[in-house]
Design a protein around this ligand. Structure first.
Ligand SMILES: *[C@@H]1O[C@H](CO)[C@@H](O)[C@H](O)[C@H]1NC(C)=O
Ligand SMILES: *[C@@H]1O[C@H](CO)[C@@H](O)[C@H](O)[C@H]1NC(C)=O
Ligand SMILES: *[C@@H]1O[C@H](CO)[C@@H](O)[C@H](O)[C@H]1NC(C)=O
Ligand SMILES: *[C@@H]1O[C@H](CO)[C@@H](O)[C@H](O)[C@H]1NC(C)=O
Length: 345
């Protein structure tokens, strides 16, 4: 036989081996839990929730659909990375297929009872009910992953004394760890968990200084976020090491956001400080999407939201979220417990 043909056959054979290897980890569904960084439309339509108002969703899908951005968010891009369509929001499962998973996240929620929204535990109870009544099939879970992003609202809505913050952090991190373990016991073995973004540099806080600087690193906001991230890393590392079969990927949101802010101009962002949708302070919240009694916007909108890092006081633009998921997927140093998404499964 011609040597060239032998070579071809040999490579085909090798490549079949690789494809067997990669398809064995094929992710078929994503179950998502958490707050507005994860929610794709569960948050209440009523009560003037701004994610359901203009100009949210202006870039994609072109109208407000309950996402807290101008377009798609982290959950959508994680799904796209795995070649899946975004998991359907839990409140829409009656009219949609759930083949690609379900998103249980609710904007403004936390691990504790933040803002009276369904807690992480409640969201995972809903997942459990879906499993019990057959909406989710147990045998599909071995090819599924979970994505959990929550915690910031536990701290931002906290009204207690400073002294008890470390206890609150313990509470939040324990709640996260407990629910990771619950998901594992129900059959999801691969779990993505986000740490907290560097909120002390978010427009919500920098607006107070006319966007000239972040809160400094002695403030309670900064220290709480640091403490949460350290304790979360310890807890997730311990679970990952000690629970046989559990594979956690810790997404270092803090580092990814910081990288985007520091390298904004290199990455093509014209504005990394002022939010594209710049509202007025309303009850201490920088609000995008409110109109006055005559229907005139009480906010200003940048010309091109794809050039801005921040969408509103708390959230990033679609372009920035996509960049974050690219960092998690392919770069080194933005995840913990594995090099990146690509090497994780
Ligand atoms: C998604 O599909 C593309 C093109 O078919 C493929 O190259 C890529 O490896 C797939 N990604 C994953 C995570 O399976
Ligand atoms: C809590 O800490 C912040 C920042 O360090 C400070 O401004 C505030 O006065 C403190 N509040 C109480 C009740 O100690
Ligand atoms: C805030 O910053 C803008 C732009 O740098 C400047 O035009 C404006 O005068 C500043 N406002 C105050 C109150 O300092
Ligand atoms: C933050 O704290 C570190 C020491 O822990 C210090 O070296 C650094 O200059 C501080 N940065 C800011 C922006 O305050």
């Amino acid at each position: 036989m011609n040597k060239f043909i032998v070579f071809i056959l040999f490579t085909v054979f090798i490549c079949q081996l690789c494809s067997v290897e990669s398809t064995s980890h094929n992710v078929k569904a994503i179950y998502a839990f958490g707050d507005s960084y994860v929610d794709t439309g569960n948050v209440n339509h009523e009560n003037g929730n701004l994610a359901w108002d203009k100009p949210y969703g202006i870039l994609w899908p072109g109208y407000a659909d309950g996402r807290f951005s101008d377009g798609q968010i982290e959950t959508d891009y994680i799904a796209h990375y795995f070649n899946l369509s975004s998991p359907v929001p839990f409140n829409k499962i009656l009219n949609h297929n759930t083949y690609n998973g379900i998103n249980f996240a609710v904007g403004s929620s936390g691990v504790t009872y933040a803002n009276k929204k369904p807690t992480l535990n409640v969201q995972i109870n809903q997942f459990e009910e879906c499993l019990e009544n057959g909406i989710i099939r147990k045998q599909d879970l071995q090819n599924s992953i979970a994505f959990i992003g929550t915690g910031v609202n536990d701290y931002s809505s906290y009204k207690g004394s400073n002294e008890t913050i470390p206890a609150l952090v313990d509470n939040v991190v324990d709640g996260l760890a407990w629910n990771v373990l619950r998901l594992f016991k129900m059959g999801i073995h691969n779990i993505l968990v986000s740490n907290l973004a560097p909120v002390s540099c978010f427009p919500q806080y920098t607006a107070t200084y006319n966007y000239t600087h972040c809160l400094d690193n002695t403030t309670l906001t900064y220290k709480t976020q640091e403490l949460h991230n350290i304790k979360l890393e310890n807890a997730m590392t311990s679970l990952d090491k000690n629970v046989e079969g559990l594979k956690i990927l810790l997404l270092d949101q803090s580092k990814a956001f910081q990288y985007l802010m520091d390298s904004a101009s290199i990455l093509g962002f014209e504005d990394s400080i002022i939010p594209c949708c710049k509202g007025a302070m309303d009850n201490d919240v920088l609000k995008c999407g409110k109109d006055d009694q005559y229907g005139h916007p009480l906010y200003s909108l940048c010309e091109d939201s794809t050039k801005a890092l921040f969408w509103d006081g708390w959230h990033l633009t679609e372009t920035a979220y996509e960049a974050i998921i690219q960092l998690y997927a392919f770069k080194l140093g933005f995840t913990k417990l594995a090099d990146n998404l690509k090497s994780w499964l």
